[in-house]
Design a protein. Structure first.
Length: 235
């Protein structure tokens, strides 16, 4: 959905006392969450996010967005983001991240992290880019989960290492207050989180005692996209 500028991932929010890297609590429990996705106020699809435990501290985190309305439906626009990460030193660390965007044509990006050599390789079909990994590094897909876990652990300000195409970004997030938020899943008193190191609009609303993901996310990247929680369940 680079044609429609759909997001490769859900981005999101964060947490209580200032750290250079996020402090996490217990390992996450498996779940399934569905979201309503809209762009510029117009409904365009649904996102389904799942977390599966694979055993031995390994997890699969999947974010699937399907265009169900308007132009997104007409073009068959879909995104698939699947990450395998390990739970290491009480924090998630990306091992592989596979992103696929389909709308008339398909674009794909594969990230692989070798934690033995501490090297990251990113290939989007135009040749691989390599750079050094950093402890606690996640990818764009798992960022929302990593931030939610940091918030649950009691952080209000977090700098999170996020691997992108050519480098690790030290992305900064801050809790700016508590607000009532109404989404399809219900009404919540949520903590509003803003990204502070970028001029791109980004806000997410978390209820950390209930969900590791935001109940609402709004961002300018990709065209004023808004995601609102419809349903959340655990096995």
């Amino acid at each position: 959905m680079r044609i429609l500028k759909l997001p490769r991932t859900l981005l999101a929010g964060l947490a209580l006392a200032t750290f250079t890297t996020a402090a996490f609590a217990a390992a996450p429990a498996p779940f399934t969450a569905t979201y309503q996705v809209s762009r510029d106020g117009e409904a365009m699809g649904e996102a389904t996010i799942t977390l599966k435990a694979l055993g031995n501290g390994e997890y699969e985190y999947s974010n699937q967005i399907h265009g169900t309305s308007g132009l997104a439906a007409m073009l068959g626009a879909n995104t698939s983001d699947v990450t395998r990460f390990r739970w290491n030193n009480n924090a998630p660390e990306t091992e592989t991240y596979n992103s696929k965007v389909s709308a008339l044509k398909t674009k794909q990006r594969l990230m692989q992290v070798n934690w033995n050599t501490k090297q990251v390789s990113v290939d989007d079909g135009k040749g691989a880019t390599n750079y050094a990994a950093e402890p606690g590094m996640v990818d764009r897909n798992t960022m929302s989960l990593a931030l939610g876990l940091a918030l649950r652990a009691g952080n209000q300000s977090v700098t999170l290492p996020v691997g992108v195409k050519q480098r690790v970004e030290q992305q900064q997030f801050k809790v700016t207050g508590t607000e009532e938020v109404k989404v399809p899943a219900g009404s919540f008193q949520a903590e509003r989180v803003t990204r502070t190191d970028s001029d791109k609009h980004f806000d997410a609303w978390y209820v950390p005692k209930q969900f590791p993901l935001p109940v609402k996310l709004a961002q300018s990247e990709g065209g004023d996209l808004t995601l609102q929680l419809i349903h959340y369940s655990t096995p």
